[in-house]
Design a protein around this ligand. Structure first.
Ligand code: ADP
Length: 229
């Protein structure tokens, strides 16, 4: 896998409604590289989710350019974005976004089959990543029967198994108790050594011992960007 790199150049984004125009991001320029574990912080409404959603190809941007692994994205068509979401990004959400009645194994193989992997290869890869996140032995459990922490581990395994090199995580510990949340952040830290992990968090103190970089947003602009170690 190539070493991931994301370059944002003067990215701006507004939301329009009948009543108002909200500028969610104002000329944001950032570069992220392989090996980083980045916490994106800031008060509610500062633009964190908008930033992560743009990087994840789930939201569009109005101005600027986003270059992912050397590939400019501004001109992507809807099909281009679909391929981008399928092949370039692994997603971890606060609510896990698992298919509850599927087994742990099938939650991962399902994502891999969509990417065009054959069944045998998908199952082998899925087992490998279940093991990596500490869920060996749970492959036949329906997702609904897992604990909250296990659900989040499963969603991380699914994101990793795509082998995209870029993981985005939106409040991944938001539904977890503090010790389980800490373990999830620790796992993401471990994984960031061989990928690029971007995480939106309300709970910076929980993430602080693990992240390599802290970015703080305020009213759609970057007010601080500190590399920790
Ligand atoms: P954060 O994640 O930091 O809470 P967001 O990125 O969700 O911030 O939101 C940034 C700003 O954009 C806020 O003022 C929010 O109200 C606005 N916003 C976000 N999403 C939408 C949307 N779909 N429609 C209109 N306004 C939005």
């Amino acid at each position: 896998m190539e070493k991931s790199k994301i370059e944002l150049q003067n990215i701006s984004k507004s939301y329009y409604s009948e009543a108002a125009v909200t500028q969610a991001l104002r000329k944001v320029s950032l570069t992220f590289v392989h090996g980083e574990f980045v916490a994106i912080t800031g008060e509610s409404g500062s633009g964190k989710s908008t930033l992560l959603n743009i990087i994840g190809g789930m939201d569009s941007f109005d101005e600027g350019e986003m270059i992912v692994n050397g590939q400019p994205t501004f001109q992507y068509t809807e099909e281009g974005w679909e391929a981008y979401r399928r092949n370039q990004i692994g997603y971890v959400f606060q609510d896990y976004s698992l298919i509850g009645h599927y087994t742990a194994l099938d939650n991962i193989t399902g994502a891999l089959l969509i990417m065009g992997k054959d069944k045998e290869e998908a199952q082998k890869t899925a087992m490998e990543y279940l093991k990596k996140v500490g869920l060996e032995g749970y492959e036949k459990h329906p997702a609904t029967e897992l604990s909250s922490g296990q659900k989040q581990r499963l969603s991380i395994a699914r994101a990793l198994a795509k082998n995209t090199g870029i993981i985005i995580a939106d409040e991944p510990t938001g539904n977890l108790d503090s010790e389980t949340g800490r373990q999830i952040v620790e796992l993401l830290k471990e994984l960031s050594k061989e990928s690029l992990v971007l995480m939106v968090t309300h709970n910076y103190s929980q993430a602080a011992p693990y992240v390599t970089r802290k970015i703080r947003l305020h009213e759609g602009t970057i007010v601080s960007d500190i590399t920790e170690n």
